[in-house]
Write a protein that binds this ligand. Structure first.
Ligand code: NAD
Length: 331
């Protein structure tokens, strides 16, 4: 029997996850799709052989849904994760787990109260083959002790954006991947705003400086109106060498006196393999009755705490990251 997934949110990410779960991932199917825009829910449901549900809570409670994937707007995540926990169903929630720290703390408390873990947060970069190689190089000691990390996150364009959104929506991926790569926690965050791109409606690009508890420093460029393409870069500088993400797999074209390769236009193309592996492992653990894989409720909580520190740091301060004590369940 395949794992029957109910997808909440039929926008960009919900449609992509539904497509993968119904056609690419083994041992899964999509049974129900829900969106406040019922036309969109019906369109995505029809494309993947599912039905549109009346509303997300009906979807979560349905006996036709074994597991829930939440890809609706950020502000809805807490309510739907809580409902999935109350129904005792595994849930993959797109980042952020909840946009505010208090919401994440309520979700931590709810999962602990349940006595078993059911939540995976969609920090899919942990499944990207290049990031996995980088982590392995660090674990193998190939680079010596890590000292510095250079990160960049560039989007083509983002209208109606704010610097705070660049931190909570984009830099949040960097916060999670730094913790995962270095097996370390972020201690402080600073944000620097320099010359603004004439194409941007807000402070863009911005530069964050993150200090890990070990003393490793990481600089993070977030440039959401970079125009030329979607690109994520990461290089770790260690005591005896450096390693960074290689160029994504693709064609190298020689033509009209030039040699070059294309650049992804958004995250779906760049991280397709990461989304695929994330979903496959999630489905496999549900089918096998194993604990949820990937980023946990704790990781989702930490990412939101760091993002909040980053937003607070927009006033020029270096802001410390204050975490509650890590509960036993997540150690
Ligand atoms: N992991 C990643 O790489 C990644 C990339 C992009 C977005 N995201 C996250 O995925 C989520 C969805 O992003 P998106 O780009 O698909 O946005 P989107 O705006 O394209 O889609 C969101 C959908 O949620 C629906 N929705 C809003 N409120 C709802 C409600 N109460 N009930 C049901 N449906 C509701 C909207 O109608 C819309 O169709 C966001 O939380 C976003 O932060 C993650």
């Amino acid at each position: 029997m395949p794992v029957r997934v109910g997808v909440i949110g039929a926008g960009v990410m919900g449609a992509e996850h539904a497509r993968l779960l119904s056609g690419v991932i083994s041992r899964s199917s999509v049974s129900l799709v829900s969106d406040v825009d019922s036309g969109r829910a019906e369109q995505v449901a029809a494309a993947v052989g599912a039905r549109a549900a009346d509303d997300p809570l009906t979807l979560i409670a349905s006996p036709d849904v074994d597991a829930v994937l939440i890809a609706s707007s950020d502000a809805t995540h807490e309510e739907f994760v809580l409902a999935a926990l109350a129904a005792g169903k595994p849930v993959l929630c797109e980042k952020p787990l909840a946009p505010d720290v208090a919401g994440c703390e309520r979700l931590l408390a709810a999962e602990q109260g349940l006595g078993r873990r059911l939540v995976t947060v969609g920090f899919m970069r942990r499944y990207d083959p290049a990031y996995q190689l980088l982590r392995a190089a660090l674990r193998d000691g190939e680079l010596g002790a890590p000292l510095l990390v250079h990160c960049a996150h560039r989007n083509v364009s983002s209208a109606n954006h704010s610097a705070a959104q660049s931190i909570s929506g984009s830099a949040v991926h960097e916060f999670d991947i730094l913790r995962w790569l270095l097996d370390d926690e972020i201690e402080t965050v600073e944000v620097h705003r320099g010359r603004r791109s004439g194409r941007a409606g807000c402070d863009d690009p911005i530069l964050l400086l993150v200090r890990m508890r070990s003393g490793v420093l990481a600089d993070i460029e977030v440039f959401v109106n970079a125009t030329y393409g979607y690109e994520v870069r990461c290089e770790v500088v260690g005591e005896t060498g450096t390693a960074g993400l290689g160029e994504p797999i693709g064609l190298l074209v020689r033509s009209t006196g030039q040699v070059g390769r294309g650049v992804a236009s958004d995250w779906r193309a760049r991280f397709l393999e990461a989304y695929r592996q994330e979903l496959q492992e999630w489905v496999d653990t549900i089918a096998d009755g194993a604990p949820p894989p990937g980023a946990s409720t704790w990781d989702g909580y930490v990412a939101t705490v760091v993002a909040q520190a980053g937003v607070d740091a927009l006033d020029g301060r270096r802001v410390p990251v204050a975490l509650v004590e890590k509960p036993q369940e997540y150690r």
